[in-house]
Ligand binder design. Structure first.
Ligand code: PEP
Length: 256
């Protein structure tokens, strides 16, 4: 596997944090610190912050993403946002299948697949989240489970479209808990995801796909995680709300 074939991607997931005014302030704190990044930098923000975030980051190296999208283009889906609505605004990325969506909002592998399809059709780049619960890790089924989540989510996705998919391995037990997977655990599962991609699309496509780790990555542990051969970046929750910490992770990915 050749890490040099793919660019590292650090994406912040702000979750349900920050009003538009607070989003502006946070981005204005982050932008000067990451302006020389040698990796791609993305901020995935709440829907209500997208317009502000796009305006504040215009002409900079920070790209903006949403945290979810619906699979239909329009219709009677009260409270939902379509992928077309996002691209019409100028949004380029969307997180799909985050474990908080799966755990609290009934997201299934099938709805994840539908959202991935819709996002790609609309022209977005997808950050697809997969990962196991602690009980599943203890049962020894992490590899099979993550491979299955990946395969279902990518059902119908062509090799060409895979170039607009980033996969984030996020062990659920490590998200927002302060408990991080060891660098070895993170690398092992990222490698399983890459092998799954190789089975579906061939080795070249798998080698060209960015596979991130997410789960309590922070300024202190990022360098070790990002130095792993199959870890190509990070999806960052809590630390993405702290400019100095987020910038340290971006620097670690640049050195990667
Ligand atoms: C996440 O929300 O995807 C995440 C990894 O959160 P945290 O970094 O806070 O664990």
């Amino acid at each position: 596997m050749n890490k040099a074939l793919r660019k590292a991607v650090i994406a912040g997931n702000w979750k349900m944090n920050k009003t538009p005014a607070e989003a502006k302030e946070l981005l204005e704190g982050i932008l000067p610190l990451v302006k020389d990044a040698g990796c791609d930098v993305i901020a995935c923000v709440p829907f209500v912050d997208l317009q502000t975030a796009l305006e504040v980051t215009r002409g900079t190296n920070v790209k903006i993403g949403a945290e979810n999208c619906h699979w239909e283009k329009s219709g009677a889906y009260t409270g939902e946002i379509s992928a077309e609505m996002l691209t019409a605004m100028g949004v380029e990325y969307v997180i799909i299948g985050h474990s908080e969506r799966r755990t609290y909002f009934g997201e299934t592998d099938v709805t994840v697949q539908k959202r991935v399809r819709a996002a790609l059709d609309a022209g977005l780049t997808v950050i697809l989240c997969v990962g196991e619960y602690l009980e599943q890790r203890e049962q020894g089924i992490t590899d099979e489970l993550v491979a299955m989540q990946t395969k279902i989510a990518l059902g119908g996705v062509s090799k060409e479209e895979l170039s607009r998919v980033i996969i984030a391995y996020e062990p659920v037990w490590a998200i927002g808990t302060g408990r991080t997977a060891t660098a070895q655990q993170a690398n092992e599962v990222c490698a399983v995801i890459r092998a799954t991609l190789a089975g579906l699309y061939g080795k070249d496509a798998a080698d060209a796909t960015t596979v991130q780790y997410g789960g309590s990555m922070n300024a202190g542990n990022a360098a070790e995680l990002l130095a792993q051969p199959d870890v190509d970046g990070g999806l960052i929750g809590g630390a993405s709300l702290k400019p100095a910490d987020f910038a340290k992770i971006v620097s670690a990915a640049t050195e990667g």
